[in-house]
Each structure stands twice: as C-alpha cells, then as structure tokens.
Write a new protein. Structure first.
Lengths: 231, 117
C-alpha cells in the first residue's frame, strides 16, 4: 500500500470537472513534483488531500486513512495563499501550531527561525513577502508529518529565498515521509524531485520518476513540460 | 548545475563529483560530506545523490567505512583512470564543437598550441 493513494478521484466545481478520474500512488520517502499550468487542478488535488474539500466521487487515503482527523494529523499543508493574520506575531503562530498539531516541534521551529534571523516578536505585516513565505514554510516543516503538501512554495520569491526553501525541503527529507510540491516553475526545482506528475485539465497525463523521464525522452522535465503544455 | 542538461540527474552529479575529486577539492583519502549535506550543496534530491554515490562506489572511486562515512579512494590508479576517461570525453566534445564551426583538426591543434603561451 502506498503512503497516499488516489482512486478515480473526481471533483466537480460549478459544473466543471476540476479533477477527472485521478488515480495515483505516492510512496513514502519521495519528493514529488505536481506539475501543471494554472487551473489544471493542482490546488484542488492538494486541498482534497488536506481534507479541505471532499471529492465528488472516488477515494483518497493517507497512511490508510480516509480524509478526516487522522489524516489532518499526518498531512502538513502549505497553502498557496496565506491564511495567516497579518497582525499576529511569529511567536503567536508558533504557539498556535503547537496547540493544534501534536507533531509540531517547537524547538526545531525556533531554531530554524533564529538561523534565518527572524525576530519572533515581529508581526507578519512587518515582514517582506519572501520572509513571510519562509515563516510559513518553517511552521509546516517543523511538523513530523507523514506527508507535506506545498502549494506553489516558490512562486514570487527571490532566488535566495527560493534556495532557502529548496534546501529546507532537502534538509528535512525523511524516508518515512513524502513531500509533494506543486509548481509551474519546474526549471527551478527539477533536480530536487524524485518523481514528476503532469496534470492537465484535471487529468494526470504523466507520472514517472524524473530520471526515467530524462532517460526515456532525452529531455529535461522542464523541456518536456513546455512541449506537453504548449499553448 | 545546468538545468537544461537533459541527462539523468545522477549522471550529472557523478560528473560533478569527478570534478571535485580531480580538481583536488576532495583529495585521495578525504571524507565526503553526508548524503544530506551533499544534497544541499548540490541542491539535488537525496535519493539521487545516493544513487550517484552507489555508482561511484561500484567504480571504487569511493568506499564506505561502516561507522564513519564515505571516503575518496587512496588508489591513485582509479583516479587516473577516471581522469583519462574524462579528458578523452572533453577533448571529443571540444573537437566536435570546433568541427561544427568549420575548424579542421589541424587548425584546432594550432589554436591549442597558441593557448600555451
């Protein structure tokens, strides 16, 4: 049994198919790129896994559990758009997370923040966009989760912040957990990925290891992506 | 790392480690950083780095000391063999590029000699 399993998952949104019969296995210990253009269904798939949406049909299991309290305890989710209140301090978010998640490692979070030189007393609205992204990533990665779902973690951040984010993902790698990163900025992350999943108009068009893609097609993942999704 | 390089990433990593060893950054007998550290340094997936190291171990360029980590071989013949094979590969690539822009082997050699001084 794979760590995360999708079986024929369909999600209808106002009459349109946001996801259409998605079946996919994500084993433990993999860093997976969920790759597709805007509106292809990446965020829908992630929200379904995080238990924020329910599928119209089909099933999802994480570590054997259907979405619910058991999966919320196992899935760490970094949303695309911040849900964090601007007037709250970094400190209060740490408290918030340690109250909410049994697997949250407060010491680790504080360590990561101090290494970044972020003063925990500061409120979010005083931080730059890149720093806010880093704070959110620190919170998410400080959980000892089974699955990390990062929705567009590198969109709109400067190259130094992007390097920090990628290095944090690498440093926290565990063979017992999986990391799923959704992005359309493949060039920046393809060397970090074990596996790639191409999603197009709510359907999976390719799921393979990144090195298999290169070996079979003679193209980098970025090159293949541009071909598959050519406008 | 060249991201538009379409070769499998582990092969690109192998080339980078070759260069680190041959340039003296990791001399014979030197200890290699742990997989996680190497992954960060090269900004590459830990499983892919593992795969590259596995290959290099089969080639006997590196060896594992059970408790202390991975080391570069002290067997100079292995290193010289790799140096020779990389040198052949780079020379072939260079000649191919020169040929593509219309340079003969003779002209190319002449330019190489001019480079010397």
């Amino acid at each position: 049994m794979a760590l995360i399993e999708y079986r024929n998952v369909t999600k209808l949104y106002k009459g349109t198919n946001a996801l259409n019969g998605v079946s996919l296995d994500i084993p433990a210990g993999r860093i997976v790129g969920l790759l597709g253009p805007n509106g292809s269904g990446k965020t829908t798939l992630i929200k379904l896994t995080a238990g924020l949406l329910t599928p119209t049909s089909g099933t999802i299991t994480v570590d054997g559990f259907a979405p619910g309290p058991e999966t919320k305890a196992r899935v760490a989710y970094l949303p695309e758009k911040s849900y964090m209140s601007e007037w709250m301090s970094v400190d209060s978010f740490i408290k918030y997370f340690s109250d909410f998640y049994a697997d949250f490692d407060r010491v680790k979070a504080n360590e990561m923040l101090s290494r970044l030189g972020i003063d925990p007393k500061r409120t979010l609205k005083t931080l730059s966009k890149g720093t806010k992204e880093k704070v959110q990533l620190v919170l998410v990665m400080s959980r000892a989760a089974k699955a990390y779902f990062l929705d567009e973690p590198i969109a709109g951040v400067d190259p130094a912040a992007r390097d920090y984010i990628l290095n944090t993902i690498i440093r926290n790698y565990s063979e017992n957990a999986s990391v799923v990163i959704s992005t359309h900025l493949i060039y920046d992350i393809e060397n970090v990925l074990d596996d790639v999943v191409f999603i197009k108009e709510g359907k999976i068009v390719l799921a393979d290891s990144a090195d298999n893609v290169r070996e079979k097609t003679g193209k980098s993942v970025d090159m293949l992506f541009r071909e598959v999704f050519r406008c | 790392m060249n991201m538009s390089d379409s070769r499998p990433v582990y092969i690109q990593l192998i080339d980078r480690i070759y260069t680190m060893v041959l340039s003296g950054e990791y001399p014979p007998g030197a200890k290699l950083p742990a997989v996680r550290e190497l992954s960060e340094m090269m900004q590459a997936n830990p499983n892919t780095v593992q795969k590259a190291l596995f290959y290099l171990e089969e080639q006997k360029l590196i060896y594992t000391q059970r408790t202390t980590g991975k080391f570069i071989t002290t067997d100079e013949s292995v290193i010289e063999r790799i140096r020779a094979s990389l040198a052949r590969k780079y020379t072939a690539e260079y000649y191919m590029n020169m040929k593509r822009i219309g340079m003969s082997v003779g002209e190319t050699k002449k330019m190489m000699n001019e480079l010397e001084d």
